[in-house]
Design a protein around this ligand. Structure first.
Ligand SMILES: *[C@@H]1O[C@H](CO)[C@@H](O)[C@H](O)[C@H]1NC(C)=O
Ligand SMILES: *[C@@H]1O[C@H](CO)[C@@H](O)[C@H](O)[C@H]1NC(C)=O
Length: 239
């Protein structure tokens, strides 16, 4: 536990140094921030493990929420909000499934579908087509339901919760916590320092270690990670 913690600090310090190198090397950084990570619309509902639903904006660090992992319904913990904008508007892709569920995500947010080989594949919201099968929790059971309608609309307020598993159910539809990354699994890998820090903070009974209640905007360390991604792994992130 402690050695992982030290590693995560070293990684975080590494990000800070990289940010410094990156920002002193170029002055055109601000163009990239509009892309941000964006995410889910403020009217999204998240189901907690105890069966209750919470509006996405009211999620707290430590909330136990349900998600789907390898076709099983499991519980995962909410770590932090990667981005939280109460009053800003964004363009959302609203996908409606045959089961009557609906999810609104920004264009570069990742969502898994079942591809033609029957495997799980993460796509950007804007790549989803009518007929693609999404993972839906329907009457407490996992179901694959095709998209029957896609609308593009402006909505006010957007939120990006990060969970331990890197996924969550939004209005009972499975989605990734990540946007702008080409690969969901590598994005989850890069978030490891946050998971370690969160576990450590909980262990030392520091609740809300990332100030979910007070912070609005893109979490500062995420900005650093976006820089990091752009600097070294431009193949994994599209910013
Ligand atoms: C999708 O829903 C919208 C709004 O309800 C409707 O105007 C549109 O015709 C629908 N599109 C399709 C392809 O069914
Ligand atoms: C955050 O705010 C909510 C509602 O305002 C409150 O119930 C909760 O206890 C707060 N959490 C922390 C960690 O301060």
């Amino acid at each position: 536990m402690y050695s992982k913690m030290n590693i995560s600090y070293i990684i975080l310090i590494g990000f800070v140094i990289l940010l410094y190198i990156d920002s002193s090397a170029s002055d055109h950084d601000d163009d990239h921030h509009d892309g941000g990570s964006k995410c889910f619309s403020g009217d999204s509902l998240i189901q907690l493990s105890n069966g209750e639903y919470k509006e996405i904006g009211n999620l707290q660090s430590g909330d136990e929420i349900i998600t789907i992992d390898q076709s099983k319904i499991i519980s995962t913990e909410m770590i932090m909000m990667l981005d939280k904008q109460i009053s800003k508007q964004a363009l959302f892709y609203t996908l409606r499934t045959d089961s009557g569920n609906e999810i609104s995500l920004t264009e570069y947010h990742l969502i898994p579908i079942i591809n033609s080989n029957g495997n799980e594949q993460y796509l950007f919201a804007k790549q989803i087509k009518i007929g693609d099968y999404l993972f839906v929790l329907f009457n407490g059971k996992l179901k694959y339901s095709p998209v029957i309608n896609i609308t593009i609309e402006m909505k006010k307020g957007y939120y990006a919760p990060l969970t331990m598993k890197g996924t969550l159910l939004v209005n009972n539809i499975l989605a990734s916590c990540f946007a702008n990354a080409y690969n969901h699994h590598s994005a989850q890998y890069y978030m490891a320092p946050f998971r370690y820090y969160y576990k450590f903070a909980r262990f030392t009974s520091l609740y809300d270690p990332f100030n979910v209640n007070k912070t609005e905007g893109l979490y500062w360390t995420i900005n650093i990670m976006l820089h990091f991604g752009r600097y070294f792994r431009s193949d994994t992130l599209c910013l």
